[in-house]
Design a protein around this ligand. Structure first.
Ligand code: HEC
Length: 240
């Protein structure tokens, strides 16, 4: 083992021993951060802990070298280094280009969309309306990026949801897909299961328009079934 790593490890361990309470608080904060990431559907946010820890460690090792006392002032210093490292990290990540372009594919409007059909008895345009409200925030070229999507790491979260969503299915370019029926069946299935829109999409009172009533869900399912020429009942899809 290289010496510098040994020094680091022993310094780190004795720090943990000296500051048990602070260590537990920090461990809990890290867990809460990861939990929050999972809650908003973006657990990747935990990578930010790496630069935070790195910057805090650089600041702290300067203090350790200077031979300052290992007393209460040390835990206060650690706390402030971590706070400073957090602020610095959040400032620095604003320079990351990912998620800033708010891209929308060039093909918009009905040209390459499915030929939407409405459920029997539903008002004309209902199917497309409901799709726009509940699904187009991620599965289309007409994504309305909210203003909080300008700030990293939230901008990364929004972009990754949109990228992943479009990868699965982009209803603005549906005519490019070879297996239309499969898309129709899957779309119905995810609505029936309640897995789409993802629960994180409507948390914190966001996107209230995407919360469909039972009637609207039924209209959407029937509309999709008519559009894609598939059955509105998911029981028939078991073998797929
Ligand atoms: C917040 C963004 C978002 C919204 C809004 C959203 N989706 Fe998705 N969708 C995703 C992501 C991300 C994936 C891929 C990962 C996954 O399956 O969770 C996905 C996957 C899918 C899939 C393919 C995967 C599967 O399970 O079969 C379908 C079909 C789908 N979505 C349909 C819809 C429909 C229909 C709506 C509207 C009722 C909708 N989505 C709303 C983000 C979204």
């Amino acid at each position: 083992m290289p010496n510098s790593f040994k020094t680091f490890a022993s310094q780190f361990l004795s720090l943990i021993k000296r500051h048990k309470v602070l260590t537990s608080v920090l461990a809990l904060l890290c867990l809460a951060f990861a939990g929050f990431g999972a809650y908003i559907g973006f657990v990747q946010i935990v990578v930010l802990l790496i630069p935070i820890a790195l910057i805090a460690w650089i600041l702290l090792s300067r203090r350790l070298r200077s031979g300052k006392p290992h007393d209460r002032s040390e835990s206060i210093a650690i706390g402030s280094y971590i706070a400073l490292a957090t602020v610095l990290t959040f400032a620095l990540i604003q320079a990351v280009p990912y998620g800033r372009a708010h891209s929308n594919g060039s093909i918009v409007g009905p040209t390459n969309e499915p030929a939407w059909k409405d459920a029997e008895g539903a008002a004309p345009g209902t199917t497309r309306d409901l799709m726009v409200r509940a699904c187009y925030g991620c599965h289309s070229n007409e994504v309305q990026y909210p203003s909080y999507a300008n700030v990293a790491p939230i901008s990364w979260m929004v972009q990754s949801h949109v990228d992943e969503g479009r990868d699965e299915v982009n209803y603005s370019e549906i005519k490019n897909y070879s297996r239309q029926e499969k898309i129709g069946r899957e779309s119905i299935e995810v609505i029936q299961e309640g897995s789409m829109p993802p629960s994180y999409y409507t948390r914190f009172g966001l996107h209230p328009e995407a919360k469909l009533t039972d009637q609207e869900k039924q209209d959407l399912i029937n509309g999709l079934a008519a559009t894609f020429g598939v059955s509105a009942s998911s029981e028939e899809y078991d073998e797929d």
